[in-house]
Design a protein around this ligand. Structure first.
Ligand code: PRP
Length: 227
């Protein structure tokens, strides 16, 4: 980790689960020792050897909360989770992984081709109620948003809802459940976020890390150049 201050304490919230291995890959490419993070253990606070840094292993939806309240200086989170959280944090870089789309989908058998064709007060099942409400408000469409915690595609199948707002990556889940996308709400990828106070107080350390990440990302994919 040449040119990065390792002495200033830094806590980085890492989401457990599907993004975790991509976070480790990226951090290792910029020279952060993730050996402790990779070793199997139930510890939730993991040191970065040779530095005053540490990782905090969090449920993905809680990353923005830890960062907003300053329990973590930095965090990695999907843009979907970040939008839904409404938390006041600084979004620093598009990390490029965890790419998927947030879409509105309906049963193919409904014949509905776009959101304007949804009936008045259609029910929409989703894990993202805030995003869904904002989206339908912006479209000027009256919809009843029903919050679920997963397996959202079940909603239309069992008659709970007329449509869903959900993420799709390969499209397999939609296809296998007879659903088709009719609108895109947002393109999603993982973001590096910072606590606003930490970003000022620890600016040199955080900006040093951001520069390293941007270099790696721009070489790989051309992303990470914003902000
Ligand atoms: C997500 C999402 C879809 C599925 C999309 O669910 O909510 O159900 O992945 O992926 P695909 O387009 O590649 O099929 P997740 O696996 O996180 O489980 P959940 O539904 O229980 O939240």
């Amino acid at each position: 980790m040449a040119s990065v201050d390792r002495e200033t304490p830094l806590t980085i919230a890492v989401p457990k689960g599907r993004l975790q291995s991509s976070v480790i890959d990226l951090f290792e490419q910029v020279g952060i020792d993730c050996s402790e993070l990779k070793s199997p253990s139930r510890r939730l606070i993991v040191p970065v050897p040779g530095t005053a840094w540490r990782f905090l292993l969090s449920k993905p939806t809680d990353v923005p909360t830890y960062v907003e309240y300053g329990a973590a200086d930095l965090g990695v989170v999907g843009k979907d989770t970040l939008l839904e959280s409404g938390k006041d944090v600084a979004e620093l870089i598009d990390l490029g992984f965890g790419r998927c789309r947030l879409i509105v989908a309906v049963p193919e058998s409904s014949g509905v081709k776009n959101v304007q064709e949804l009936d008045f007060n259609s029910r929409v099942a989703t894990k993202f109620p805030q995003i869904a409400r904002d989206y339908f408000n912006r479209q000027g469409i009256q919809a009843e948003v029903v919050e679920l915690n997963g397996s959202v595609e079940l909603g239309p199948i069992v008659g709970l809802s007329d449509a869903i707002v959900d993420i799709t990556e390969t499209g397999t889940t939609l296809l296998e459940n007879g659903l088709i996308p009719i609108a895109e709400v947002a393109e999603i990828s993982s973001r590096l976020i910072a606590n606003r106070v930490s970003y000022k107080v620890k600016h040199g350390t955080i900006y040093g890390l951001v520069k390293l990440l941007r270099n790696v990302l721009s070489k790989k994919t051309g992303v990470g150049m914003e902000g």
